[in-house]
Design a protein around this ligand. Sequence first.
Ligand code: FPP
Length: 231
Amino acid sequence: MKVPQHIAVIMDGNGRWATSRGLSRSAGHKEGTANLERLLDHLLLRRIPVVSLYAFSTENWRRPRTEIHAIFSLVEEFITTHLNKMVGEGVRMVVSGDLSRIPKRSRELLLDAIEKTRKGIRLTANFCLNYGSRSELLRAAQEYALWYSSHKTQRPPTEKQFQKFFWQPNLPDIDMLVRTAGELRLSNFMLWQAAYAELYFTEKTWPEFGAEDLDEAIREFHRRKRKFGGL
Ligand code: FPP
């Protein structure tokens, strides 16, 4: 049976995982990052070709500076320790979101990792950082308007043409969107790309969401009947 071609994950509950154990929220993000490494291994094993990971939203800037700093330090640590492994395993790293506002070192490491992993063909890992779906759509509309005014076309764009202005225009639509920690929302994540996604919610927090949980989500995906508006 065909596995989902694009899984999106809202990695929620790092804070709750930590505070329920008397740990700092940053310790929760650290454990969440360790789990992300395990998840990537399992996605490779299951031959899932694309994953999008909601790591930092445009709204997350409202968090305390120390927590924001902790998250970007983890991004940096993740890249420095895993870049060679990603290259070796055929993982291609791409990013969605406006990198101009994120810490300089994170940005430089990310751009270097994007370049060094660009030939990876087994798994595309789309790291969504300073990402918000509404701002992506607004930006696409603005860029499209600029393009439109400089081209002598009268035709309104097709969906495909409009998508060209997204952060990652060439990824397939999301087949399954997973959100952990019992929250039943999309929270401004890939609203266009998830238009026909199967939604999968679990009570488990992100650090607890293991390989067997991903397998269960994939099994549930296979049980769903996808209709795309038809009968
Ligand atoms: C949501 O949990 C999690 C985040 C906002 C950050 C997720 C970040 C990582 C897993 C680390 C990123 C690392 C890399 C390499 C991309 P929460 O803090 O909202 O949890 P809570 O709802 O229980 O407070």
